[in-house]
Design a protein around this ligand. Sequence first.
Ligand SMILES: Cc1cc2nc3c(=O)[nH]c(=O)nc-3n(C[C@H](O)[C@H](O)[C@H](O)COP(=O)(O)OP(=O)(O)OC[C@H]3O[C@@H](n4cnc5c(N)ncnc54)[C@H](O)[C@@H]3O)c2cc1C
Length: 308
Amino acid sequence: MDEVFDVMILGAGAAGLTAGIYSSRAKLKTIILNEGVVGGQMILTDEIANYPGLGLTKGYVVANTMKKQAKDFGCKIKSNVKIISLQLEGAIKTAELKDGRTFRAKSVILAPGGKPRSLNITGEDDFKGTGISYCATCDGDFFTGKELIVVGGGNSALEEAVALTKYATKVTIVHQFDHFQAFEHAVQEAKKNPKIEFIMESELRGFYGNRNLEKVSIEHLPTRKLTDKKVDGVFIFAGYQPNTESFENIVELNERNEIVVDADMKTNIPGVHAAGDCIVKKYRQVTTAVADGTIAALSVAEYLRNQE
Ligand SMILES: Cc1cc2nc3c(=O)[nH]c(=O)nc-3n(C[C@H](O)[C@H](O)[C@H](O)COP(=O)(O)OP(=O)(O)OC[C@H]3O[C@@H](n4cnc5c(N)ncnc54)[C@H](O)[C@@H]3O)c2cc1C
């Protein structure tokens, strides 16, 4: 393919779509290549309550609105692609897809986001999809009238536990510490919900059952006592890891495999920027991903002007 884009964005979550909105609006010829469903983690979020200017809004609605905005400004979006090779050095960067197509661009913004962190304990791989889930929005309805465990103590765990009470008869939150890391309002919302119970200072040690998950083993950390608990489903919100495996040895990553960027979202390679949950940072939210995507697109525009 001879077409050369000004900007090629890898990832169509909040960061990538925002970068797409800004660069296509600036009349830069822009393409987004996305390895999954457009919207990224916003699709996994039942409701987003903290995005300024929007009231309580479904995650998929925010995602679809961002996608429409980008497309209306002329941004091309290819989803569910598989990138098999990436060349980021030099004036023209290329991405080769599994289906044989190759895309070329003068600059690249990496926005691959992150994925749920596994607990890596006995039975987790066996019961993924038959009792274990990482997405309340996707799978909550399967557990209507059932008892659930939610693992985690951050905002996602507490907010999604509340969302799951729409379906489940009871939700038990299992958390390793004696306090939560979530914002206070999320903690209070969970605490006042009569369907939610808490098991603190405890960790899951294993998942057991026949075809479907039937019980879990829980260790109370201070006493090291193991208890079995019958359960129909477990939702795990134990943090995220960046989707940067395919960028190892291509751009600079830190020890947590996050992409190293400066304040303008520049990586160590000229013309290559990064944005969103994949970069080195402490707070991962839609607002921060959107901010990163904005800065990356504006900085890329400046890079392209300087190349002329
Ligand atoms: C359950 C849950 C609830 C949350 N609730 C909230 C909330 O209420 N408020 C809030 O502000 N934030 C919330 N967050 C966090 C927020 O959703 C994320 O911080 C934000 O959406 C990250 O956006 P992103 O664009 O960086 O990455 P992502 O959303 O992860 O998008 C990255 C995209 O890139 C694709 N991709 C991956 N690898 C590649 C590759 N190599 N090439 C091309 N494409 C690739 C992925 O498939 C994905 O579509 C929540 C997250 C979760 C999981």
